[in-house]
Design a protein around this ligand. Structure first.
Ligand SMILES: NC(=O)c1ccc[n+]([C@@H]2O[C@H](COP(=O)([O-])OP(=O)(O)OC[C@H]3O[C@@H](n4cnc5c(N)ncnc54)[C@H](OP(=O)(O)O)[C@@H]3O)[C@@H](O)[C@H]2O)c1
Length: 251
């Protein structure tokens, strides 16, 4: 069976790196995308991906160039994992409107543009997998992160629409929806809250863990397993779903 070319955005750290590693273990050719060349080099050096491309996904021109470089390096993309994303936090009353624009650029528009870029060759081959790493924040609200929650709901809307539009071509478009997961993103959020509130970091981590009925954060491996499953060749009948990875926080 021919190896597939998988592009994982935000593949330099956290959940994305773990997805890249899993896909490589499954025999795929993996390209990781991110902003930090040093981090990406380290991922390839550690054997967790074959290739990397440097790009800020919030810059359309850079992203288009990175996509073309990835295709030149390892061929058309068969599997796209839109994982890069992130969050800022503030009370809604204090939130600059620009925070909503930035949240959309980071969590929605880069993913949408990459879908536009990869879909023509997937349609031609009558085969393809797209997995968007959304969040439980695509399925419910959280306080103090309204731009992130709004953007992740939008990413799920994009997922559901493309799933319907491209199902006839043998392409699936699904979302994984992690709850709080052990990564830099959570560590940064904890640090931000400590700075603002002066509360101990351990209290904040415990508060995050309480959202999960298991009473702990998810591991990046647990999220990567779900993403890899949806990317699988045998998952062709699973389309347009939002798969929570959150220990039962949402159904
Ligand atoms: N951790 C959680 O609790 C959690 C929960 C639910 C959903 N998620 C979602 O899961 C995804 C991955 O999160 P994570 O926890 O693994 O985060 P992370 O550890 O902070 O990693 C984020 C990744 O995205 C890349 N990235 C960030 N901004 C980028 C940009 N503008 N352009 C290109 N790449 C960019 C980063 O690389 P560079 O910095 O080098 O660019 C890094 O590889 C995100 O979409 C996040 O919203 C996370």
């Amino acid at each position: 069976m021919r190896a597939r070319h998988v592009l994982v955005t935000g593949g330099s750290r956290g959940i994305g790196r773990e997805i890249a590693r899993k896909m490589m273990q499954g025999g795929d050719i993996v390209t990781v995308l991110g902003r930090s060349e040093a981090q990406l080099e380290a991922v390839v050096g550690a054997g967790d991906a074959h290739h990397y491309v440097v790009s800020d996904i919030t810059c359309e021109k850079e992203l288009d160039n990175a996509f073309h470089r990835a295709v030149a390096q390892a061929g058309a993309i068969n599997v796209l994992v839109n994982n890069a994303g992130g969050s800022s936090s503030a009370r809604f009353a204090d939130m600059a409107m620009d925070a909503f624009v930035q949240a959309f650029r980071l969590n929605v528009l880069g993913a949408a543009r990459l879908c536009q870029l990869v879909l023509p060759s997937m349609v031609e081959r009558r085969d393809g997998r797209i997995v968007n790493v959304a969040s439980t924040a695509a399925l419910r609200g959280y306080t103090y992160v309204s731009p992130y929650v709004t953007a992740k709901h939008a990413l799920l809307g994009l997922t559901r629409s493309l799933a319907l539009e491209y199902a006839r071509y043998g392409i699936t478009v699904n979302a994984v929806c992690p709850g709080f997961t052990e990564s830099d993103l959570v560590r940064d959020s904890v640090e931000r809250i400590v700075r603002k509130s002066g509360r101990p970091a351990e209290d904040i981590r415990t508060e995050f863990a309480r959202f999960n009925p298991r009473g702990c954060l998810n591991s990046v491996e647990e999220v990567a397993v779900a993403a890899a499953f949806l990317c699988g060749r045998e998952a062709g009948a699973i389309n347009g779903i939002a798969l929570p990875v959150a220990g039962g926080e949402v159904g």
